[in-house]
Structure formats: structure tokens, C-alpha cells
Design a binder for this molecule. Structure first.
Ligand code: ADP
Length: 162
């Protein structure tokens, strides 16, 4: 089985992420979305919420699973028996950063290939951090995130206003 891992923070998942999944799910038998449990990075949504929001918004894609992981990505990829790591590219800055990560991952795990997919023109300016910033200030992000994420962000905004 040709398995790929799509790792990330997904805090929260956006339509940009979903677009990458819709495109790559046709190329592999199965994709595991691996939500990073990053102790050093303060997330808006808990790990559990991030996993559930992805599950709710990807139910239309049959061959994907959502998991969380901590530790070194290559160890996780190896343990799962995946053949590829998927990452999305929006800007030159993304490319610069991703290239370094991919090189070090290749050094540690040469048999696994990093696959880069270009962001859709509708979403190349969309990042989880921009979405959070705009939504928490009351901006409308409904065209850029799945419905469940929109609801989650509205709840977070309400909590902050109380
Ligand atoms: P990380 O903290 O690992 O960058 P993110 O959740 O921000 O996690 O992103 C996960 C992956 O999805 C990264 O490869 C990122 O470049 C990609 N990505 C994020 N937003 C978009 C988007 N709008 N379009 C395409 N790819 C995206």
C-alpha cells in the first residue's frame, strides 16, 4: 500500500490544507494527516480539537486518517511504513524553509521522498496564523475554512470577549 504522511500543526485546518489533501489523496492509497503535538508552540486549539476538526472537514475524502504524533517526524514516518511526506508550498519563504527540512529528513531517511504540492490560487495567502488573527478580531473567514472551524473560531472569539 502506498502510504503518505501529511504532517503539520493544523491550528486550525484551513481550506488550503483540505485542497492539498483532495489533490494528493488521488495519488496515494492512503494518507495519514499527522497533527504535531508541539510542546514548545502555544496552540489556539487543543490537540484533540485539531484532530476532530480535521476529521469533521475531511469526511468526503475516503482514503485518509487523522492521527497525532510527537517526536521526530522521520521516526513516525518509518514506524508507519510510509513512502512519502507531503507538504504544501505557498511562497518562496515556504520553499526555503521546506527545502532545508526535506534535506535533513532525506539524510535521516533516504528511502522516503518529500512531495511538494503548490497551493491553490484561491488559498496561497491562507495560513492558520492569519486565519486566527482575522477571525479573533471579528473578520469573516468563512470562504477560507471549513464550517466546523468557523464555528470553533467564533467560540474562541466569544470566550475572549467575555
Ligand atoms: P506547520 O507548522 O508544520 O507549518 P501548518 O499546519 O501551518 O503546519 O502547515 C502544514 C502544511 O500545510 C505545510 O506544508 C504548509 O506549507 C501547508 N499549508 C498551509 N497552508 C496552506 C495553504 N493555504 N495552501 C497549501 N498548503 C498549505
Amino acid at each position: 500500500m502506498r502510504l503518505a504522511i501529511y504532517p503539520g500543526s493544523f491550528d486550525p485546518v484551513t481550506n488550503g490544507h483540505i485542497d492539498i489533501l483532495e489533490k494528493t489523496s488521488k495519488l496515494f492509497d492512503k494518507i495519514i494527516i499527522a497533527v504535531v503535538h508541539n510542546v514548545g508552540k502555544k496552540a489556539l486549539f487543543s490537540l484533540n480539537d485539531r484532530v476532530n476538526l480535521i476529521k469533521e472537514s475531511t469526511s468526503h475524502i475516503p482514503n485518509i486518517e487523522v492521527e497525532s504524533f510527537s517526536g521526530l517526524l522521520v521516526d513516525y514516518v518509518k514506524q508507519k511504513g510510509a513512502i512519502a511526506i507531503i507538504r504544501g508550498l505557498r511562497t518562496v519563504a515556504d520553499f526555503e524553509y521546506e527545502m532545508h527540512i526535506a534535506q535533513i529528513n532525506r539524510k535521516m531517511l533516504p528511502e522516503v521522498e518529500s512531495i511538494f504540492v503548490l497551493a491553490d490560487s484561491r488559498y496561497f495567502f491562507v495560513s492558520s496564523s492569519i486565519i486566527k488573527e482575522v477571525a479573533l478580531l471579528g473578520g469573516d473567514v468563512s470562504e477560507l475554512v471549513p464550517e466546523s472551524v468557523k464555528v470553533g473560531l467564533t467560540e474562541k472569539r466569544q470566550l475572549r470577549l467575555e
